[in-house]
Design a protein around this ligand. Structure first.
Ligand code: NI
Length: 190
């Protein structure tokens, strides 16, 4: 995974065939994607299962979710990790498996099939990026909230229900008429 940050406390952990840069207390942008993307709307169809997986995981391993958008087959979010904590891989592993287990349980399939689906529902790899500065933060914030328009689901970002845009408009981070991508959205991240 590519990361352009420079930081004195960087530790690089070898994970299988690639490396992740882990910085305690940093803010990260993540993209997680289902393995099967064609005609797959599992994440929004089972949004309550996804919320439960997040809630259970973050209860024991808190993060500040600065922003999030859930699309039918992938999600993007910005997390701020607690001071001294760099363990996002554990959090994502738990969220992914807890979501998968709820879906599998609901579909009453054989236990071997459940195990296969639990492994295979999500892409094993995910994208992470350490936020470098305010400008980088804002770019990724806007990227997240514009994403439902980028992917063609809605014309107005506010029309997408599974997004933190509404919450951030409420807090005054965005104007209530925010709709068009400002100059900053030049990211090509899916
Ligand atoms: Ni996307």
């Amino acid at each position: 995974m590519r990361n352009e940050t420079q930081h004195p406390r960087v530790t690089v952990n070898a994970m299988r065939t690639y490396k992740r840069i882990r910085i305690p207390g940093a803010t990260y942008f993540f993209t997680l994607t289902l393995a099967e993307r064609r005609h797959n709307d599992l994440l929004v169809r089972h949004i309550e299962a996804l919320r439960t997986a997040f809630r259970q995981t973050l209860a024991d391993h808190p993060v500040v979710i600065e922003a999030i958008v859930v699309l039918p087959d992938h999600l993007h979010c910005l997390w701020q990790l607690p001071t001294g904590d760099d363990d996002f891989p554990t959090r994502w592993r738990l969220i992914k498996s807890r979501f998968s287990r709820q879906i599998s349980a609901g579909e009453r399939v054989s236990s071997s099939r459940v195990r296969r689906r639990e492994r295979g529902l999500w892409q094993r790899r995910y994208w992470e990026h350490v936020i470098r500065d305010e400008r980088d933060y804002r770019r990724h914030l806007d990227y997240i909230h514009y994403n439902p328009v980028k992917h063609g689901y809605v014309d107005d970002p506010k029309a997408w229900p599974f997004s933190s845009l509404h919450r951030l408009i409420g807090r005054g981070v965005y104007d209530s008429d925010w709709a068009a991508p400002p100059d900053g959205i030049d990211l090509d991240l899916d």
